[in-house]
Design a protein around this ligand. Structure first.
Ligand SMILES: [Zn+2]
Length: 184
């Protein structure tokens, strides 16, 4: 992503203090490759469409672009239950096919089937990119290297400590807040 970095990565201020705001933009290019399924309303490809608009409006010249470091199991476990995180890291469409064997965990963690939270291919990597972006935003703010940090893959706030909910598996909001609290 270095070719998309700009030496003058800041936006004109609309604030009374006339200070330019330094904006960090986190984007994982592969995020649009993940699919919840054709019938599912959640479309990760929309994040790529938003990035395309940002790119073609020339807004990247005003921001510092970062590719997120995927959140590790350990990082995700800062909020989520270890049993749930381990399940999420192992679940796949194939496991759902073998429902009889895995039904207990699929029900326990609210993943799979035709519900809100399907066990789509690469679900844990998708969660890692999303949460990694939000943790990265918090970290760069903590370091004082940006005034504003953006992660379009974020906002998956329905995810609970021990189960998925409402299209959300890993709560990047909570993980970002926990990272922000490290500063205090
Ligand atoms: Zn949700």
């Amino acid at each position: 992503m270095a070719d998309r970095l700009s030496a003058s990565a800041s936006l004109p201020s609309i604030c009374p203090d006339a200070t330019k705001r330094r904006v960090a933009y986190f984007f994982e290019p592969s995020i649009g490759d993940y699919s919840y399924g054709d019938e599912h309303p959640m479309k990760p490809n929309c994040i790529v469409m938003a990035d395309n608009l940002i790119t073609h409006y020339g807004l990247l010249d005003s921001m510092e672009v970062h590719r997120p470091t995927p959140a590790s199991r350990e990082a995700i476990t800062q909020f989520h239950d270890p049993d749930y995180v381990n399940f999420l890291a192992s679940v796949s469409p194939e496991i759902v096919q073998d429902y009889y064997t895995h039904s207990r965990n699929l029900k326990r963690f609210h993943v799979g089937g035709r519900g809100d939270c399907p066990a789509f291919e690469g679900v844990f990597d998708f969660c890692g990119a999303s949460a990694g972006g939000s943790i990265g935003c918090a970290a760069i703010l903590n370091l004082g290297n940006a005034d504003i940090a953006l992660n379009w893959s974020s906002g998956l706030h329905h995810a609970k400590k021990c189960e998925a909910s409402g299209f959300c598996y890993v709560n990047d909001i909570v993980l970002g807040i926990l990272e922000l609290l490290i500063r205090t």
